[in-house]
Design a protein. Sequence first.
Length: 89
Amino acid sequence: MRTFIWKNGRAEAQSGYNDDLIMSFGIGLYVRDTALKFRQHGLDMAKATLGAITKTQTPYQGAYFSSGHDNPYSMPNGVGGNEDFRWLL
């Protein structure tokens, strides 16, 4: 690290030395910092999502509202009749 200097306004290795290890070290530190930031961001989003889950007190009505006289297993077929779906059960 002592051979990595500023030369003509840019960071580079001194003459006769390599900067490969310094650059890979710097890239590794950048990736580490970025990964930790994104990991914390993901954890914060998961906590916010779980914290926003609420319970409603409305009883489930179902998808089909019947008056009690209708067959819940039939529905209009579009040509004037009803289709019976009991065969699916």
